[in-house]
Design a protein around this ligand. Sequence first.
Ligand SMILES: C[S@@+](CC[C@H](N)C(=O)[O-])C[C@H]1O[C@@H](n2cnc3c(N)ncnc32)[C@H](O)[C@@H]1O
Length: 249
Amino acid sequence: MMPLRRLQNEHFDERAPTWTARYQTNRSFRARLGVVGGAVDAALADTRSARVLDYGGGTGIFSALCAQRAALVVCADRSMAMLTSGAINQEATSAILAEAGFGGAPGRVLRVAGDERWLASLSAQFDLVLAIAVLEYVEDCPGLLLSFARLLAPGGRVLLTVPNPDSVLRWTQRLTASVAPQQPSRWRRLADQSFVRMQSHGSQVPWREAAAYARLEVDRVDRVPLGQTGACQFVRPNLLVSLRIRASV
Ligand SMILES: C[S@@+](CC[C@H](N)C(=O)[O-])C[C@H]1O[C@@H](n2cnc3c(N)ncnc32)[C@H](O)[C@@H]1O
């Protein structure tokens, strides 16, 4: 079987050219932009001097949002295709952000091709670290959060999203995967999209254990809806988690 990492890279390389447009056309991407964008806005509200690392930032829509409000923004991703597509589509990204209610003068985003090895070699401090829809593709979640904790400036925070294992959508995905792993069916197509098969931990990302290991405390957890209107707003397949350095006693 092909190693998971290679499958993931092929998946994102293939989707890179259309990734930014999904934040306009796909209801769950739009919902993610609304909720995560609001949290980013709140995190950067009181300062113009923040330094932000958007890890697994992909085409960098959240980097672009941060760049409107922060002093330094680094978008790091191991997919060159995602980074390149983001660099090419900066105007489209600004337009999508404005349409979603996140207007502002565009700022600069530093795009870096790298993975956990690059992170480990980094010596810098960040006030905000983002990992949006990334942890589910990472094998060593404790190691990744430990790196984030090492890079956090005093008072800084990590904002990440992970699948919500308690959501009805995740239940359905697990059920259909175990009942008919190879059988394409209407149900399976509905619940199990191709990216699910290449997630290291499925919908059960060990983020709480990883945070405890990295001595990060959970500040807040919000459930992210599948869509902003209709029945989709009641299905909450993802969690938005805010973490801070644990205060020493
Ligand atoms: C689902 S996409 C999310 C992209 C972006 N954060 C967003 O919300 O639009 C996941 C991204 O994480 C990147 N990625 C996955 N594992 C990674 C790792 N170990 N190190 C760096 N990037 C990684 C992928 O290349 C991909 O661009």
